[in-house]
Each structure stands twice: as structure tokens, then as C-alpha cells.
Design a protein around this ligand. Structure first.
Ligand code: NAI
Length: 281
């Protein structure tokens, strides 16, 4: 990994993944269509690394040194890296188009990974000339902190590449878990009915969302389902539920909630827009 890695998409997850690799002393190129988002992302990464350094969790001088290893760019081409991880919006057509562009820009020795929460790795891989080099690397939010990473093997993914990625993540202190390519993999398959039931209880006025969060925190969850949706992004959470609902042929267990849909349409996306179920400064 001396050549570093490339992260495409500098939103909630892309910037977290970039920070995680920088913390591990690996050079990162962070790419996004939006220059404003790139500027926000690099500012946030810088702040978080300095905070870790102040707390003594990173060696003195590490942040300044590592920030020189971060390149931000709005162009997909002209960068060096043997691993490209995409963390753009949860939309199959957008991801397929991106992988087609990446396959033209990077050679056959590159490993391509998607941070998708739910979409088919095999379908994404079918659009590029070397499908065996594409796999899922599903980080959890916040990426620098959460140890779990689902490593998803598509129908054609080379087993050797899966092993290589698992080893890399383990060496960097993550907990990689191998998953097969089914809608939502493992965690999101379990999590969808959980969010849906919480939304139903709230919609039926059985309890307020604050109460539901408080009760689940009391039951041992680190965060309740509504504060977690705000952290993830209501749009991303809704897109993931829609994707499982369609993939399982409209199985009612995964039916998306009208509450979430209305929030997405009103741009109440959670922390990223300052308003979701809760309000943020
Ligand atoms: P986000 O909406 O915060 O960020 C997406 C970014 O991608 C935006 O900055 C956008 O400008 C950029 N983008 C869109 N199309 C692009 C393109 N063609 N080239 C370059 N940049 C492009 O989304 P978020 O939450 O970071 O999610 C990204 C992916 O990670 C999704 O697939 C999502 O399902 C997955 N994921 C999200 C988690 C979460 O908690 N938000 C957790 C785990 C996975």
C-alpha cells in the first residue's frame, strides 16, 4: 500500500475512510465532483487528526506529516494507487457508470472496491472488463472508529484478492468479516426491519422518537434508531431500504417508511443538513 489508495466520494463515508487510511500512515487521494465538499472533507479530516494528536492517540507531528499525504481532486484520472474505494451515492446506475470510468482510467493491476450498503457487487462488476478485481468493502459509520468491515465477494471476484483485502484490513486493526453478495449483506439485512419497526412505532404514536432512542440506549444500544438515522443520513438510509425492498421483490419486511420518504423530499437528511429527527448546530 506504499502507493496509497484512492477514495471516490468525499461525503460522510468517503472522508471517514480517507481519515482511517491516513491515520494508518497510508497516502490517500480523495476525489469528489464537488470542490466545496472536498474542502469541507479535508478541513474535517485535519480537525479530527489534530484532535487525536492532542489526546495523545497519534504521535506528535503526525498530523502535519500525514496531511501532506492527502491529495484532494475533482478529477478521476492522473492519480497513483493500487486500491480504489468508491463511496458515492447509493445508486446502482451512478456506481456502474463510475466503475466504467475507473476501469478506463486505471490498469488491470488495480483492486476496485465499493462501500455500498446493499447493492449487488456482481452487478457492478459486470460493467467492467475485469470483474474479478471488484469486491465490496463495507465500512461502518464512523469509519475511523467502527472496527467492522464487511468484505463482499461478488460472483466473479478473485478469492486471492478477497484474502489480500481481508489481510490488509486486519493488519490495520479492523475486524473484516467475509460476506457473500446478497442484498444488504449481513448487517443491513438485519438492520432494515429494526429501523422500519422503530419508524412504525413512532408513526403510530406509540412513543416519540426521543423516547424510543432513550429506551434502546437503556437496553444497551450505543445509539437509538433515530439518532443513528441522523448520523447515517436519512437519504442513504432510505435508499438502502428501497434497495432491499426491490431486491427481495417487495417483501413487506423491507417496505420503506413514508416518514423517511417525506424527510428526504424535504431535505431533512440528518446531521449533514443540520436537521433530521433532531436539530444540529
Ligand atoms: P454522501 O451523500 O454523504 O456522499 C456521497 C458523495 O459522493 C457526495 O459528496 C457526492 O458529491 C459524491 N459523488 C456522487 N457521485 C460522484 C461521482 N460520480 N464521482 C465522485 N463523487 C461523487 O453519502 P455517504 O453517506 O458517504 O454514502 C456513500 C456510500 O457509502 C453509499 O453507497 C452508502 O450506502 C455507503 N454507506 C453509508 C453509510 C452511512 O452511514 N452513511 C454507512 C456505510 C456505507
Amino acid at each position: 500500500m506504499k502507493e496509497g489508495l484512492i477514495v471516490v466520494g468525499a461525503g460522510t463515508m468517503g472522508r471517514g475512510i480517507a481519515q482511517f487510511f491516513l491515520q494508518s500512515a497510508i497516502p490517500v487521494t480523495l476525489i469528489d465532483l464537488s470542490k466545496d465538499i472536498l474542502a469541507q472533507a479535508s478541513e474535517e479530516i485535519e480537525k479530527r487528526l489534530f484532535r487525536l494528536e492532542e489526546k495523545g492517540k497519534l504521535p506528535e507531528g503526525f498530523t502535519n506529516q500525514q496531511l501532506r499525504q492527502l491529495t484532494c481532486s475533482s478529477s478521476l484520472t492522473g492519480h497513483r494507487g493500487k486500491l480504489v474505494i468508491e463511496a458515492v451515492v447509493e445508486n446502482m446506475e451512478v456506481k456502474k457508470k463510475l466503475f466504467r470510468q475507473l476501469a478506463e482510467a486505471y490498469d488491470h493491476s488495480t483492486i476496485f472496491a465499493s462501500n455500498t450498503s446493499s447493492l449487488s457487487i456482481s452487478e457492478m462488476a459486470s460493467t467492467i472488463p475485469f470483474p474479478e478485481r471488484l469486491l465490496g468493502m463495507h465500512f461502518f459509520n464512523p469509519a475511523p472508529i467502527m472496527p467492522l468491515v464487511e468484505v463482499i465477494e461478488g460472483m466473479e471476484t478473485d478469492g486471492g484478492i478477497v484474502e489480500q483485502v481481508i489481510q490488509l484490513l486486519a493488519d490495520l486493526g479492523k475486524t473484516p468479516v467475509r460476506a457473500i453478495d446478497t442484498p444488504g449483506f449481513i448487517v443491513n439485512r438485519v438492520a432494515r426491519p429494526y429501523y422500519n419497526e422503530a419508524l412504525k412505532i413512532y408513526g403510530e404514536k406509540v412513543a416519540s422518537f426521543e423516547q424510543i432512542d432513550r429506551i434502546l440506549r437503556g437496553a444497551g444500544f450505543k445509539m437509538g434508531p433515530f439518532e443513528l438515522q441522523d448520523l447515517i443520513g436519512i437519504d442513504i438510509n432510505f435508499a438502502t431500504t428501497c434497495s432491499l425492498y426491490e431486491a427481495f421483490h417487495q417483501d413487506p419486511r423491507f417496505r420503506p417508511s413514508p416518514i423517511q420518504e417525506q424527510m428526504v423530499k424535504s431535505n431533512r437528511l440528518g446531521r449533514k443538513t443540520g436537521k433530521g429527527f433532531y436539530h444540529y448546530e
